[in-house]
Design a binder for this molecule. Sequence first.
Ligand code: KDG
Length: 329
Amino acid sequence: MKLLKTLVVTSLMALTSLTNAQEIKVKFGYGSTEQHPQGVAVKMFADLVKTNSKGQIVVSTYSSGKLGSDPQMQSSLQGGTLEMMVGPTSNMVGLVKELGLFDLPFLFSNYKEADAVMDGVIGKLLAEKLEAHGLIGLAYFDNGFRHVTNSKRPIKRPEDLQGLKIRVMQNPVFNDTFKALGANTVPLAFTELYTALDMKAVDAQENPLGLFESTKLYEVQKHITMTGHVYANFIVMASKKWWDTLSDVNKKIIREAALESAVFQRKLSRDMAVQTEKRLKELGMEVTIMAPEERNRMREAVKQIFSKYSQIVGEDLVNQALSEIRKAD
Ligand code: KDG
């Protein structure tokens, strides 16, 4: 009897340790809040992966830059100390200069055009380029068209940007774009943005409506102009060091869940942007409409930046994107 009991306990212990050994724990970091479409979709991704792996892959999610700023998380992925993240492609141009394609001012006029490039051969090619840098690009999420906000004055014409201290992403295209418009640029991580605006270290910033609302930037900004000067996306990535340890079956589960959550995320993000736009006045913002001819002047003023960075990104790639864009219209 005693022997039987010992045998049962030993086998149970062996079974438990086998189950634990098989469980794959994944830490997944991102910069926005849990309520932002990025956060909602990361949660969906975690649930999908859990269900489809029958509980073997357990994804713990960390919002609001808890695991570091976007560039810091990116380094952690490369080093293999963090398994997954989603963040702006704009932060990756130091690694893959071609990703700067998405940052070219006024390249995209609508979501259809952006989707055509992200979901076509170009999007695939650019995501694959990350692999040489220890990153696996899995899917593109939507951040949205970026608009300028500030605490000083209504921006009705490009000249109104002159002298404004504007926070830009740590990305040379953004820096040069706003310098060309006469603003004083301050490159800063997104995690430092709210405080910088609150402390009046900077007057202005530019971001899509989703981040603007979820990060409560309306508390520290008064004016918004719907400039839509650039389309911004996010890319879901895995650490290659970690990815290479996964079975093909698990890689497939993760890749498919990322793609499925991206479809859901893009729709949610775009629907929510429409809702936020309707709520801007309620949030205390003064909304300024920039006349189409003024927006065209803004576009003209940054044409040289478009040309300069087209050369860096690669003229052929830009022309290929322009042809995809024309087909999408
Ligand atoms: O990923 C969420 C934020 O970290 C991010 O989108 C930042 O767009 C961003 C910015 O302006 O830095």
